[in-house]
Ligand binder design. Structure first.
Ligand SMILES: Cc1cc2nc3c(=O)[nH]c(=O)nc-3n(C[C@H](O)[C@H](O)[C@H](O)COP(=O)(O)OP(=O)(O)OC[C@H]3O[C@@H](n4cnc5c(N)ncnc54)[C@H](O)[C@@H]3O)c2cc1C
Length: 471
């Protein structure tokens, strides 16, 4: 019908059929749970999807993908909902919400872990810790495993055990045509290669299988120095890291001392430099590992490293970063940290617009470099750090100030850095070519795999890789 009535009616019937086929459910504007379900971790992003399909199993995911394709809807995939630019949701489109899928099964004998796509890294840490095991994930336990893994995944265990993707053994994926395939080194190896760094470009992962490693009690925690010592600390950290044992994951940051207990009141709200570390092993060995850094740096304000269960370290910063804060992210891969770069960092961080705003440099050396650059889509294996500048505030009226600061900081520091950035530290306002620069020589192969598995670019609410034929 020319007036579109038939199309509307078809949509209604199709929607009824979808709803009837699901074990989970569908939420639409006006439904009681809609606003809670659409809320993202980053309070700066406010998207209003047409439909949210809350999936209870892979069959629901298949039904949602087929519905989205047949109805010509833009489709977003939501794991933990932590993505900076909110790519786990979409205005006026369909969200495949995996947050109900949170089971974890550990095989302690094989040292593998089967993980559902709605899990947070805290869910997995909780399950694996009972067996003295852990998978390398990020440093905040509420982050979704799915988005973090598909982007690469860096954290305290990375120097010893590699990126999260270096520990991915297998993934079940619902493709754009609704088929479910398993990707591994032996099944659909091209897809498996692309998934390891290529984000949500290739399909909806409904199950991950990871390799786990012996991790129990760690010697870990933050050390803070006054901002006046930042130059000395950053130089000492830079020179210390290459010889530090790989059991030590240690990142350096420019931050502010939080204005709350148990931080020393005299320092509340004052700019600071921090090294935050986790040594996987006995405390005495951890103290020995840290000794050269502490000897080279001035005396800190406090050193709160101590023995703790690994999941406690993973959750240490959760209270500072509740859902709903304003976040503006900029990233870069960093190969070296000359003195001039350190001075630029210090000058830019000094004018941060809020107490929570920060700059972190996460090490990606060690085991990451032992994997060839072309072994996975993720290609920045010659970098030393993944840098993030994050403007963060609880106050929405600061949104513009966070963006202005983040952009100015990045403009000043980028000339010292590599061209690309970790895709999970990018917003959606990057210049054309940043995604290509990030994948470097791997980009043409990624585009070819995209053309093979998603030729219509159905999955494009992400840091998008264009199918080779469409370029
Ligand atoms: C407080 C905080 C701390 C962080 N710390 C770290 C860190 O230490 N290390 C690190 O590596 N990263 C870190 N990150 C970045 C993090 O990796 C990204 O925010 C990531 O997108 C989170 O994944 P998610 O599943 O929660 O995101 P979502 O918003 O749910 O999804 C993001 C994107 O991932 C893709 N995706 C999600 N689920 C699936 C799926 N099942 N199948 C296919 N594609 C999918 C989609 O493209 C989606 O748009 C941190 C983020 C925050 C907010």
């Amino acid at each position: 019908m020319a007036d579109g009535t038939a199309a509307v009616a078809a949509t209604g019937e199709a929607l009824e059929a979808l709803t009837a086929s699901l074990r989970g459910g569908v939420l639409a504007p006006g439904d009681a749970d809609y606003d809670a379900a659409r809320a993202l971790y980053n309070g700066m992003i406010d998207k209003r999807p047409r439909l949210i399909v809350r999936c209870a199993d892979a069959a629901d995911v298949i039904a949602a993908v087929n519905y989205g394709r047949e109805q010509g809807l833009l489709v977003a995939i939501r794991g933990g909902g932590h993505n900076g630019p909110g790519l786990g949701s979409v205005d006026d489109g369909l969200v495949i919400d995996l947050s109900l899928l949170r089971s974890v099964r550990v095989d302690p004998a094989a040292r593998t872990v089967r993980v559902d796509p709605g899990c947070t890294s805290g869910d997995v840490d909780h399950a694996t810790h009972a067996f003295g095991l852990a998978v390398p994930f990020g440093i905040v336990s509420t982050t979704g495993v799915a988005g973090l893994t598909l982007g690469g995944g860096t954290g305290y265990l990375t120097r010893k055990y590699g990126l999260t993707i270096d520990n991915l053994l297998e993934a079940d994926v619902v493709l754009a045509d609704g088929r479910l395939v398993t990707a591994s080194a032996t099944e659909h190896p091209d897809l498996f290669w692309a998934l390891r760094g290529g984000g949500g470009n290739f399909g909806v992962v409904t199950s991950f299988l990871f390799r786990a490693h012996p991790v129990g009690t760690v010697y870990a925690g933050p050390i803070f120095w006054e901002a006046t010592h930042a130059q000395a600390v950053m130089r000492a950290y830079r020179d210390f890291l290459p010889d530090a044992p790989e059991e030590l994951g240690a990142f350096v940051g420019l931050k502010t001392v939080p204005s709350m207990d148990p931080f020393p009141k005299a320092y509340w709200g004052r700019r600071a430099c921090a090294v935050i570390s986790s040594y996987n092993g006995p405390a005495a060995d951890g103290e020995r590992a840290m000794a050269p850094l502490l000897a080279a740096a001035p005396p800190p304000i406090f050193n709160w490293m101590g023995a703790m269960p690994f999941p406690a370290m993973q959750a240490l910063f959760d209270p500072f970063f509740p859902k709903g804060l304003q976040w503006y992210w900029k990233g870069d891969f960093v190969q070296s940290l000359p003195d001039a770069a350190i001075d630029t960092h210090i000058a830019q961080a000094a004018v941060a617009p809020s107490e929570l705003s920060l700059m972190h440099l996460y090490p990606i050396d060690g085991a990451v470099r032992r994997v060839p650059k072309d072994a996975t889509a993720w290609s920045a294996r010659d970098a030393t750090w993944s840098m993030v500048i994050a403007g963060i505030s609880a106050d929405p009226s600061q949104a513009d100030a966070l963006k202005t600061w983040g952009r100015a900081y990045w403009q000043a520091i980028h000339p010292f850095n590599l061209e690309g950035a970790y895709v999970n530290f990018m917003m959606d306002d990057e210049a054309q070519g940043r995604v290509q620069a990030t994948y470097g020589e791997n980009y043409p192969r990624l585009a070819a795999v995209k053309a093979a598995y998603d030729p219509e670019n159905f999955f494009r609410v992400n840091q998008n890789i264009l199918p080779a034929a469409a370029r």
